[in-house]
Design a binder for this molecule. Structure first.
Ligand code: IDC
Length: 313
């Protein structure tokens, strides 16, 4: 039975992700790296292996909206490249649908730290893809990966700024399709679930993002998580790492375990960063491996091997 056959179309019920019968559902999965840079991993053979062997139930397609690592994002590129990106995302959603996997489509803001910077482009993106994905009950939208700060002024994007953006983009998605779950990033690189819990948005089927990197974020962030849950906030960990927040550094097994146990107790869904063979700790494929599917354990990095354990837990 595929994950979709098991749970069907999902919705948000109270603070949980739920199936049609109201049973709480916890999804676990893998996020791609930047699709501008690593589109080759979006393929059926790979996703099928993740489903069957690693017990993955969701894939996250991280589509960078802005420039990063010498690659243009959707917003700062040209129409041709934008159409290519839309195609990768639509293909990814199709592959997931065929395999009975859930698929998260992530408008991955990052160095473009304020979602309001590219609202027009986000609207364009969702206006283009949403009608095409209306019948895709496996799709979940994530509208702003990680709001963060202006590196020059060091000013943090506020929860009110994020809400201003969300209140423009969510209605665009809901216009075509009012039944999809929409996930909203929170302040400080998606750590501000406490602020979201104090002033949530006013729509159905919304969840809020918490991101952690186990070697960097510990009790302080777990306290925010616990607070948000106590206020009944639906939280989705759409990205986490077992190492340091810059995606590199040492793996911290102890802290990762504390985090994953906490999420599992709460049945909070989680997605590990990242599907690539980049030479950094958070990549699940070993740097020496050029395969894009058919991975053996030798093809996985230490993070990849941990990923297998985490998915199976
Ligand atoms: C990192 C990648 C790294 C890349 C960098 C900038 O791992 O290869 O050079 O982005 O594009 C996040 C972000 C995610 C980051 C990741 C690790 O959502 O894009 O990926 N991270 O730094 N938030 C916290 C950590």
């Amino acid at each position: 039975m595929t994950p979709f056959e098991k749970y069907g179309k999902l919705h948000v019920e109270g603070k949980n992700l739920a199936d049609a019968n109201g049973n709480t559902v916890q999804l676990k999965g893998i996020s791609t790296h930047n699709l501008n840079e690593y589109p080759q991993y979006v393929n059926e053979e790979a996703f099928k292996q993740f489903r069957d062997e690693y017990k993955v139930s969701i894939m996250r397609l991280a589509m960078y909206s802005g420039f990063a690592d010498n690659h243009e994002g959707y917003a700062d590129s040209n129409d041709e490249h934008r159409a290519e990106l839309e195609k990768i995302v639509l293909d990814g959603a199709e592959i997931c649908k065929k395999l009975g996997l859930y698929c998260m489509i992530d408008w991955h803001i990052l160095l473009d730290y304020d979602p309001n910077m590219h609202t027009d482009m986000a609207i364009r993106f969702f206006k283009n893809i949403c009608p095409k994905l209306k019948e895709y009950d496996n799709v979940i939208y994530e509208i702003c990966n990680e709001p963060n700060m202006n590196l020059e002024t060091k000013e943090e994007v506020t929860w009110d700024d994020i809400k201003r953006y969300a209140n423009q983009v969510i209605p665009i998605i809901k216009e075509t399709d009012d039944s999809k779950i929409i996930i909203v990033g929170t302040t400080i690189w998606s750590q501000g679930v406490d602020e979201a819990a104090d002033a949530p948005l006013d729509y159905e089927n919304i969840m809020y993002t918490l991101h952690f990197y186990a070697d960097t974020h510990r009790d302080k962030l777990r306290d925010k998580f616990t607070y948000a849950r106590s206020k009944n906030l639906p939280v989705f960990v759409t990205e986490f790492g077992v190492g340091r927040a810059d995606g590199d550094g040492d793996i911290n097994e102890e802290q990762s375990e504390i985090w994953i146990n906490l999420l599992n107790e709460e049945k909070v869904s989680h997605i590990i960063w990242n599907l690539s063979n980049k030479d950094e700790t958070s990549s699940i494929i070993a740097a020496k491996c050029d395969k894009t599917f058919g991975f053996t354990d030798e093809d996985l990095s230490p993070c990849g091997l941990m990923m297998k354990e985490i998915m199976a837990k």
